[in-house]
Design a protein around this ligand. Structure first.
Ligand code: ADP
Length: 334
């Protein structure tokens, strides 16, 4: 039997090459070896002030994008179609220590962001986010969760919640999944290689994986290479980022030969940029074509996702049924 992997993503508008190489490509690759449960977590997307008219659209958009890059529809579910996540989240609220949740750095960062950028409104949902995340993780009894550095603290909290739960019910019910540490590259903004490629920094700081050809090539052509601050003999952040993109895109031969040029002091930036442009375009063209096909069959695709969410929900329902049994809540079979 295949081992089970669980991973979730928030429904944000775009998908850029940072997201793709840093996270989503990994989802595609893991499918060969594992039974995968991939959630688009719209409950989590409500924790910061958001546009109610856009949430549903963004959720479907994320589904279409994921499918276009190669995530199988049968592995995808939408969190709000599996309301047991919220139910288990509530139950876990009672096994999570207030002081520990207060210390989560992501809450501190995001709540101070919110103070600066908007009305200063900070929701209880934002505070409670990692408890719901513990429910997302434990509800499927997954063997592995792929996590990045930034999520380590949340995983530690998940472990504590599981332990307290187990102690209180007197049974080793929840077994914590192992973390799956995969080596994923960190991609920098081509417009400013001192910062990461990110949506939040503005349009020129990310390259959409579905961008039209002209825009994609222009963004690569205008990539910052030398800022004049690099010390002699050290590769600049911009050039290193272009090499990173080349490697991430699988253009190994170009990578090797251009690196030789670099080491010989003969690298022409225009050659490096051409190679990166072509490598990204190769991926981009496949994605754009796949997305067009998905959009042409939107209705069927949505139906498929509702079906897969229903199937995956059965696993979540079984966990919640057992949890209610263990915690003294009523279980009624209708
Ligand atoms: P953004 O910073 O554009 O808002 P998100 O925070 O929504 O991106 O990130 C979604 C996923 O993509 C996360 O798993 C994150 O680690 C990964 N990711 C985002 N930006 C990058 C990047 N520049 N390089 C590598 N991975 C990234």
């Amino acid at each position: 039997m295949k081992k089970r992997v669980l991973s979730c993503i928030q429904p944000t508008g775009h998908m850029h090459f940072g997201n793709y190489f840093g996270a989503n490509k990994n989802w595609v690759d893991l499918q060969a070896e594992y039974e995968c449960f991939y959630g688009v977590v719209d409950y989590h997307a409500m924790t910061m002030p958001y546009d109610v008219k856009k949430l549903r659209v963004n959720t479907w958009e994320m589904i279409f994008n994921l499918m276009a890059i190669g995530v199988k529809g049968e592995n995808l579910f939408v969190q709000s179609l599996v309301p047991e996540h919220a139910e288990l989240g509530w139950i876990f609220n009672n096994f999570a220590a207030m002081g520990r949740v207060e210390n989560m750095t992501q809450f501190k960062d995001k709540s101070s962001d919110s103070k600066e950028k908007s009305s200063g409104f900070i929701s209880v949902g934002l505070f409670d986010y990692p408890v719901l995340q513990a429910a997302d993780i434990l509800i499927y009894k997954a063997d592995y969760v792929p996590v990045g550095e930034d999520q380590k603290q949340h995983l530690e909290l998940t472990r504590e919640i599981a332990n307290r739960f187990n102690n209180q019910v007197g049974k080793e019910y929840f077994v914590l999944p192992e973390t799956l540490l995969t080596k994923t590259p960190k991609i920098k903004s081509t417009a400013d290689p001192s910062r990461k490629m990110s949506k939040s920094a503005g349009e020129k700081h990310y390259i959409n994986v579905f961008a039209d050809e002209a825009r994609l090539l222009k963004q690569i052509r205008s990539a910052v290479t030398d800022t004049g601050e690099t010390t002699e003999g050290q590769m600049s952040d911009g050039v290193a980022n272009l090499f990173e993109l080349l490697k991430a895109a699988g253009a190994d031969e170009d990578h090797t030969s251009l690196m030789k040029d670099y080491e010989a002091g003969q690298l022409k930036y225009v050659d490096l940029k051409d190679a990166v442009g072509q490598a990204l375009l190769g991926l981009n063209q496949g994605f754009v074509a796949a997305k067009a096909e998905i959009l042409a069959n939107k209705k069927d695709v949505k139906y498929q996702i509702k079906q897969s969410s229903e199937r995956i929900r059965k696993v979540a329902q079984e966990t919640v049924r057992e949890v209610k049994e263990l915690t003294g809540l009523l279980n009624v079979k209708f």
